[in-house]
Design a binder for this molecule. Structure first.
Ligand SMILES: [Zn+2]
Length: 70
């Protein structure tokens, strides 16, 4: 059984991995719980979300609807 609580190190890893793959429901839940109590990781997550959007635009320039990769 995995611990529910995350360290900042784990949170950063999960956020970073979220750029390359879809996170599991449990990973997203753990991350959300951590972000609720951690401003630094909330900011980091926000920056990564922007980066992810930018990367998607670059990788699929003519897919304005933003279809999810499988
Ligand atoms: Zn944190």
């Amino acid at each position: 059984m995995m611990r529910v609580k995350m360290t900042c190190k784990e949170a950063h890893r999960v956020v970073s991995e979220g750029l390359d793959r879809d996170l599991s429901l449990f990973e997203r839940l753990r991350l959300r719980l951590h972000l609720r109590i951690c401003d630094a990781c909330t900011r980091f997550n926000g920056q990564m979300a922007l980066l992810r959007q930018a990367m998607r635009k670059l990788s699929a320039p003519d897919d304005a609807a933003g279809q999810e990769r499988k």
